[in-house]
Ligand binder design. Sequence first.
Ligand code: DL6
Length: 823
Amino acid sequence: ESTPLITSPEPSVEGFVREYLRELNFTQGTVLERASTNDKYLALARTVRHYLMSRWMRTTNEHLRTQPKAVAYLSAEYLLGRQLDNALIAADLTEVASEALASLGIDLADLREAEVEPGLGNGGLGRLAACFVDSLATMSIPAIGYGIRYEYGIFRQNFVDGWQVEEPDHWLDNGSPWEFAHPEHEVTVSFGGRTETVTEQVGDDTVERTRWVPGWKVLGVPYNYMVPGYRNGCVNTLRLWSARATHAFDLEIFNYGDYAEAVRAQTFAENISKVLYPEDSTPQGKELRLQQQYFFVACSLRDFIDQLLPEGFDLHRLPERVCFQLNDTHPVIAVPELMRILVDEQGFAWDEAWEVTQGCFAYTCHTLLPEALEVWPVELLGRLLPRHLEIIYRINDEFLDEVRESSGDDELLVRRMSIIAEHPQRAVRMAHLATVAATKVNGVAELHSQLLRDKVLADFARLWPEKFTNVTNGVTPRRFVRLANPGLSGLITEAIGDGWVTDLDRLRDLEPMADDPEFRRRFREVKAANKERLAGFLERRDGIEIPADTMLDVMVKRLHEYKRQTLKILHVVTLYDRIVSGRLDPEDVVPRTVVFGAKAAPGYAMAKQIIGLINHVGSVVNAHPEVSRVLRVAFPANYDVTVAETLIPAADLSEQISLAGKEASGTGNMKFALNGALTVGTDDGANVEIRQLVGDDNFFLFGLTEPEAAAVAEAGYRPSAYYEENPVLRRALDLVARGEFSGGDRRVFEPIVSNLLGEDRFMVLADFQSYLDAQERVETAYRDPDAWSRAAVLNVARSGFFSSDRSMRDYLDRIWHAEPMEA
Ligand code: DL6
């Protein structure tokens, strides 16, 4: 029985004013006349929380009372974006808050700007996790998100002379009004040490048990965040863990009088949740990263068992109560951790424990690049988590027996499938461990799941075909349409009602509007207003000028060679060259502004070179009197969720140009289509499904297909042949090589040029001509604004499938088998 709840206030303007002033005076400790913008923002955030609080308490209580099957999403990253507006729309409070603030002489828009977004993720994978928890709450699914409360999120990107410079992200500096610390629920996490065998008497039998004798410990303190569903009374929880030194640790050292050592020990422990690793596709053999991974899953499993299950719960039944979804391999160390809890702490027999464990985990793979599949050197894992390594060995032994039995002792197959790699060093293959343990393994788009089955995990798919499934990614329509694009939202709602916000398939009802000239006109008006809003935003933020009336051609995503920002910039160079050399009359060019947004992992030298190239080309293009009349390059630094929300609704053209077979899904591609941009893209990731749905006529396809690219690679790809045979390509590359964009210095971009000519792993040169042809088709189409906007409206109407609500339904049907709670 829980105590009666104090209910949240009913929304009214006067009530809101009262709550707000109370927060400002009593919590923030200031008065309106002297309050800083940050004071006003913090008071507003706390006021909004009041209105969600009783829903949150009620949802939590209901979960504890009814013990439904829950989804526990384990993710090392959540790229949340700003919280204020999302909380306001979820609680249906935007108007009340804005009127209330206006009556106090405050503009809500000014306070929005004061919020620093928590950048607790690198890119698509972390943003996907944030979309998923939003959808789970909106669908009233009992769910909890577990992750890490990094003190420093993804680095802030700056450009100095066009080159990326990273700065720390002090996102907590001004206070974080959306979190609730619960030190009383701290969890102790152990590391290091050794294992030992002890004998125990169980009844008449003497049994041998292994025990872990850890070397050191840290504490995990949970911070809870509300995850409000959209106007449905449900508020789920996101629980992020922060590391603290154990008290015993520093006290002991203090007693010896070594103050400096005590502080060092504390720093050592707290480093675990200090900073987000700024890598998203290349594993780093970093000890601290493995510490982070184990830290957060150990806290989360302990928390789920101790806090969310009733006392005395029979853990044999755990699979009835939870599915732990492993978001990529980062949380996979949870598998041996659960085995350790069941076998070592709960006294389960190995087989019993394995059955429970296999029933509790499911694994999502998010990559196709072999180098992005995480492996941990056995030496490191054994030093940090000796008991877990033993458990992994035993899982592997039993698994390999199964492989031998089913394959007639095919030792080559055994080596390929083993959880332990032998070369170049002994290491644990986390994707293999996840696949062996999981009830289901899914890819994130149809093509990706097929390639997982056929290539990356083919041996496993042959052994267990029924384990493999697909769930195509999705994005939340609340943040990426309703909030980010109020103009389009209003237009849609006026046409088909507001049900689309939680049932995005309803966008189909817009299809007939594509043929209505008046609707198309208003659609164009919305796009134009969004471009104006973007222009103002970039002017204020970066001093970047976006000319009115140009096609907005946008490529925003992490900087990675496989995504091929190089192909886009070579297109820009080609346009520049044609105009400067007089082969193209600027009058014949559709004016366009090419916008880039991309962070490069700090250790990824080639990606940083490409950023330099884009900025240097941009400077030359923008400074050229003739070229800049029809072509501009804009590269605002520090692309993040907040920038995305202003940029995507303004875009005309969405660049999704990875080499086919390399991008697992992409989710930016979905956001653009939903906001009425047309895609120029390869047959890769979710582009395939986008094109199928929006129709060939409304999508600019180019490039090799995955089987074609594989065949080219197989036959021995020679990029220089394309350079030799294509004069347009040759001119573009020669310009870069000759130093046209680097003040005549040929050395500056030499690594890019020689990489493209010598290796070009992602076949930029092979796809170059096809890409130029597609861009010609784009130009032709854009010259007819009415036909373009018809295609854009059809993109919106036919993209409802890409709601993360649909992704959640697919996970529920195919993997989780959990049910929504009664509203
Ligand atoms: O599934 C979310 C997102 C996909 O949309 C991208 O295509 C994919 O590149 C990204 N994967 C990663 C890989 N990280 N690791 N490991 O970020 O996932």
